[in-house]
Design a protein around this ligand. Structure first.
Ligand SMILES: NC(=O)c1ccc[n+]([C@@H]2O[C@H](COP(=O)([O-])OP(=O)(O)OC[C@H]3O[C@@H](n4cnc5c(N)ncnc54)[C@H](O)[C@@H]3O)[C@@H](O)[C@H]2O)c1
Length: 284
């Protein structure tokens, strides 16, 4: 086991999912203590059973938490602090996929009339507000200790803008925008905010078998681990406001070079036109 993150406490949302499980394994492997949050109790139990011996007593706690409910997010943060002795890292990874609407959504894209207002609201609440609720619950402690890492898992630009991939795409676009804003707000105060995406369809339960992909050609969920662990390290702390495409991380390269090779600013600001702003555009 490496000890890069020894003494650090991490929260991972969506921890029982395909990518979440790998993040928990990676963070434990780097010496961190981990609070694993998910709504899926059965898979959370499987996760804790899997790590019982490897993690050792007290380094992994799991709590059923619905990130769509602010009070549950607050309670989960307080519990993680109490059980694990602090909080340093927040990975906002939990989300709903389009399979919730229709299992064959990849081969027959979803049309607007298939989406009820309740479904729209649920996606926006889980996939966007959930990350804000968790950040809101965690931020005071991170700022006061002047050490924090927030990693938000969004999706590809293509998916955000794609027609008939609603509400998933627009909700993730909102999370991307929120990440840029939070990076700016917390800059220079010890708390970094970055985005990490797989870089294409990843072989997890979110992409159903009905999608028809050759699963072996998909991005393995383990690809998310190197950039996220690096961002959580001391070296990664020098970088905020960026997005990392995990599929482009070169595992043979020095981590600083690998990071450089898959990094771009969050939200493609170079593509934006300058707003007409009386007195000149504000810096932030
Ligand atoms: N798999 C892909 O192709 C892909 C591509 C781009 C981005 N992503 C993103 O990666 C992240 C992880 O996805 P995954 O592929 O591992 O999917 P997954 O479905 O395997 O995992 C998502 C997890 O989030 C949990 N979750 C759902 N609603 C929740 C809620 N209200 N509260 C708490 N937990 C909740 C689910 O129970 C599940 O365990 C997501 O943010 C997803 O949008 C995935």
């Amino acid at each position: 086991m490496n000890t890069e993150l020894e003494g650090k406490v991490a929260i991972v949302t969506g921890a029982a999912g395909g990518i979440g499980r790998e993040l928990v394994r990676g963070l434990l492997g780097a010496g961190a203590k981990v609070a694993a949050l998910d709504v899926d109790e059965k898979r959370l139990d499987e996760l804790t059973a899997m790590h019982d011996e490897a993690a050792g007593a007290g380094r992994l706690v799991a709590a059923r938490t619905d990130i769509a409910r602010f009070e549950e997010c607050e309670a989960a943060v307080a519990q993680a602090r109490a059980d694990l002795g602090g909080l340093h890292i927040l990975v906002n990874n939990g989300a709903l996929g389009m399979g919730v609407i229709r299992i064959d959504h990849m081969t027959e894209l979803v049309e607007i009339h298939e989406i009820t207002p309740e479904t729209w609201d649920r996606f926006v609440t889980v996939n966007l507000s959930g990350a804000w609720y968790m950040t809101r619950a965690a931020i005071d402690g991170l700022l006061s200790q002047r050490w924090g890492r927030i990693v938000n898992v969004t999706t590809s630009f293509f998916t955000m803008l794609r027609g008939r991939f609603h509400p998933y795409g627009p909700a993730k676009a909102g999370l991307e925008a929120m990440s840029a804003g939070h990076a700016g707000e917390f800059e220079g105060r010890g708390v970094t905010v970055n985005v990490v995406v797989p870089g294409g369809p990843s072989d997890t339960p979110m992409v159903p078998m009905e999608a028809g992909f050759d699963r072996s050609a998909m991005i393995p969920p383990t690809a998310m681990m190197p950039p996220i662990l690096w961002l959580c390290s001391e070296a990664g702390g020098a970088h905020t406001g960026d997005r990392y495409v995990a599929a482009n991380w070169d595992t043979r390269a020095d981590p600083a070079d690998a990071a450089e090779g898959c990094r771009a600013p969050i939200g493609w600001p170079d593509l934006a036109q300058n707003p007409v702003w009386p007195g000149g555009r504000p810096d932030e």
